[in-house]
Ligand binder design. Sequence first.
Ligand code: SF4
Ligand code: SF4
Length: 103
Amino acid sequence: MTKSKLSALPNITTPNTQVVFNPEICVGCNRCVEVCQVDVYIPNPVKGKPPIILHPDECWYCGCCVIDCPCPGAINFNWPLQQRGSWKDKVTGKVYRDNVAFP
Ligand code: SF4
Ligand code: SF4
């Protein structure tokens, strides 16, 4: 039986990076790969390393990959600016996004 070689290249049509992996915490269990319904990720060929983001523009921010991760902090959302929560402090007048004050 011949062994076939498979190649996969990330889609570079967008600069979107919907999640950021922390390789110090991620154990490479690929749970996030399995739960993503639109196949944004593929397993990393290097065992124990974070998955590869193959189709970042397919993400619809359902949150399943982050919620199902067994290692808190291994995967975090990188929300697009227009989807981040923002509010204005009535007293100081400062505008906040993701708890960060904007000048
Ligand atoms: S981010 Fe979490 S779910 Fe995904 S491979 Fe790493 S540890 Fe597993
Ligand atoms: S947020 Fe949802 S669609 Fe986006 S990568 Fe995670 S599981 Fe897939």
